[in-house]
Design a protein around this ligand. Structure first.
Ligand SMILES: Cc1cc2nc3c(=O)[nH]c(=O)nc-3n(C[C@H](O)[C@H](O)[C@H](O)COP(=O)(O)OP(=O)(O)OC[C@H]3O[C@@H](n4cnc5c(N)ncnc54)[C@H](O)[C@@H]3O)c2cc1C
Length: 438
C-alpha cells in the first residue's frame, strides 16, 4: 500500500516508523527543515537543561522517503496524489499552530512552538536582563520558567482571570501564581494593548518593561490544507473512530484532528492515534475510542498535574498556600472524574492511576488528598502497582509490560517498550520498577 504522511512532527514520524517496519511504501512531507524531534522537550532546551542532540526522535527505517522543508499546499483528491506522488492512503499529521492575538506592534515577536522558534528565543535571550511572556497557559508558564532558569527577570501577562484556566480552577491558579512569585516570576493579569520599544503596555495603562517579548497564547489545529482540499473541518479536521476524514482515503491524527468533539493537543492521544492507523492500514480491526489525558507541567521546582472534569458528585480540596500545595479531587459515582494537584501531593501517583483505570476510589477519601491509605497504589511504590497500571502515559506502557520486557535499567526499558521517551515524567517510576525487579 502506498501511504503518504503530511507532517513530520511527533505523530507523523511515529507513524512513518511503524508503517515502514510493517513493509509499507511510505512518503513523508515535512514543512520543518529538521529531522523529527520531541517537541515536548523544547521546554528543557529553552531552560538550558537539555541539548538539541538529546531531543531528536528515532529516525524511521531508510526505506521511508522523507522530504524535509516541503510544505504541502494542495492535495489532488481526484487523482489521489500529493505533489505528484500517488497514494492509496493519505494521513494528515499537520499538528497545531500558535494563536497570535491582534496586539499592536506584535508582529515579528517570537512564538514558542518549533525548534527554530526555540533557537531564536535562546539567541535573543543572550545578554539581556528581562523578558515578558504573553500568555499564562501551560506553554507560557513553561516558557517563563525556562527563561528564569537562564537568569532573566521574567514576568507573564495573562488575559484570563487566573493562570492555566483550561486546566486549573481559581484557587489552583492562585497557588501556581504564588509558587511562580517565589521563583521570581511576576504575573500581571490584564490584556496586552501594545508592544513598545521598552516592553508591553497593558490596556489598563500598566507598563511592563522587558528586553525580550515571547508569545505563548495557545495553539489551534492546523487545518488550512484540509479546508483547501474540501475536507470537513470543525475546530480540527473531523475524523471518526477509524480516524478517517470525510474522504475515506484520507485520515487525520494528532493535534490537527478533531475526534468526538475533542482536539486533544497532547502527545498521548497523538501517538495512540498513530498506532491505530498503523494497525488499520495493516489490516487489523483497530479503532480509536478517545484518551484520558493528564496535563503535567514540566518546569523546574513546580509539580503540577491536571486531569478530567472540574465538577462532580463530590469535591475534595486541600490548600496549603504557604507551601504552595493545592489539591482538588472530583468524584463522580465513586470514580475519580478529575483532579488538580499542585506542589507536594503524596497521593499524586494514586490519583492518576485511579483516574486512568476508572477504579472505585477508597472509602476513606482522605487518602486521596493525603496519601495515607494502606495499600495505596503510588508511583513512589511501584511494587504495589497492579500489572495493568499505565506507567508511561505518552506511550500507554503498563507496569506488566515493563516488568516482562526483560530489560533491567531505564535505557533498556525505553528501548524495549518506549516508556520514558515522551514527556519523560515517568522516569522515576520506571527506575523504581527497574530496581524492584532486579
Ligand atoms: C513547548 C511545548 C511543550 C509541550 N509539552 C507537552 C507535554 O508536556 N505533554 C503533552 O502531552 N504535550 C505537550 N505538548 C504538545 C505536543 O508537543 C503535541 O501534542 C504533539 O507534538 C502533537 O504532535 P503532531 O505530530 O500532531 O504535531 P506536531 O508535533 O506539531 O507536528 C506537526 C508537523 O507538521 C508540519 N506541517 C504542518 N503543515 C504542513 C504541511 N502543509 N506540509 C508539510 N508539513 C506540515 C509542521 O511543520 C510540524 O512539523 C507540548 C508542545 C510544545 C510546543
Amino acid at each position: 500500500m502506498r501511504t503518504i504522511i503530511i507532517g513530520y512532527g511527533m505523530a507523523g514520524s511515529r507513524l512513518a516508523g511503524e508503517l515502514a517496519r510493517r513493509g509499507h511504501d511510505v512518503t513523508v512531507f515535512g514543512a520543518e527543515p529538521h529531522a523529527a524531534y520531541n517537541r515536548i522537550l523544547l521546554s528543557g532546551l529553552l531552560a538550558g537543561t537539555a541539548a538539541e542532540s538529546t531531543i531528536m526522535l528515532p529516525e524511521p527505517p531508510d526505506t521511508v522517503d522523507i522530504r524535509l522543508g516541503v510544505e504541502v499546499t494542495s492535495i489532488d483528491r481526484a487523482a489521489r496524489t500529493v505533489n505528484g506522488v500517488p497514494y492509496d492512503a493519505l494521513i494528515l499529521a499537520t499538528g497545531a499552530e500558535p494563536i497570535t492575538p491582534p496586539i499592536e506592534g506584535i508582529s515579528g515577536v517570537p512564538v514558542f512552538r518549533t525548534l527554530d522558534d526555540c533557537r531564536r528565543i535562546v539567541k535573543d535571550a543572550e545578554g539581556v536582563q528581562s523578558a515578558v511572556v504573553v500568555g499564562g497557559g501551560l506553554l507560557g508558564v513553561e516558557a517563563a520558567r525556562g527563561l528564569a532558569e537562564r537568569g532573566l527577570a521574567v514576568s507573564i501577562v495573562h488575559g484570563a482571570p487566573h493562570l492555566m484556566e483550561r486546566q486549573l480552577d481559581g484557587p489552583g491558579g492562585e497557588v501556581l501564581a504564588a509558587t511562580l512569585a517565589r521563583l521570581g516570576i511576576t504575573v500581571h493579569f490584564g490584556q496586552t494593548a501594545a508592544r513598545t520599544p521598552w516592553g508591553l503596555l497593558l490596556s489598563d495603562g500598566l507598563a511592563v518593561p522587558a528586553d525580550l517579548v515571547v508569545m505563548a497564547c495557545g495553539v489551534k489545529p492546523s487545518t488550512t490544507l484540509a479546508k483547501r482540499a474540501g475536507l470537513a473541518v470543525g475546530r480540527g479536521v473531523l475524523v471518526d473512530d477509524t480516524l478517517r476524514t470525510s474522504d475515506p482515503a484520507i485520515f487525520a491524527i494528532g493535534d490537527c484532528a478533531e475526534h468526538r468533539g475533542v482536539t486533544a493537543g497532547l502527545l498521548g492521544p497523538a501517538w495512540a492515534q498513530a498506532d491505530v492507523i498503523a494497525g488499520l492500514l495493516s489490516g487489523l480491526p483497530a479503532s480509536y475510542q478517545g484518551s484520558r489525558p493528564v496535563t503535567r507541567l514540566k518546569a523546574g521546582q513546580i509539580d503540577l498535574a491536571a486531569m478530567g472534569v472540574a465538577e462532580g458528585d463530590e469535591v475534595l480540596t486541600f490548600t496549603d498556600p504557604a507551601r504552595g500545595t493545592y489539591a482538588r479531587i472530583v468524584i463522580e459515582r465513586d470514580r475519580l472524574a478529575g483532579a488538580i494537584l499542585i506542589g507536594d501531593n503524596p497521593s499524586a501517583g494514586q490519583v492518576i492511576q485511579l483516574y486512568d483505570r476508572g477504579a472505585p476510589v477508597p472509602s476513606d477519601r482522605r487518602s486521596l488528598l493525603l496519601g495515607r491509605a494502606s495499600g495505596a497504589v503510588t508511583a513512589e511504590s511501584p511494587v504495589l502497582m497492579p500489572d495493568s497500571a499505565v506507567v508511561c502515559r505518552c506511550n500507554g506502557v503498563t507496569k506488566g509490560e515493563i516488568v516482562r520486557c526483560g530489560a533491567r535499567d531505564v535505557a533498556g526499558i525505553a528501548a524495549a517498550t518506549r516508556a520514558t521517551t515522551g514527556c519523560g515524567s515517568c522516569v522515576d517510576a520506571v527506575a523504581g520498577l527497574a530496581r524492584s525487579v532486579t
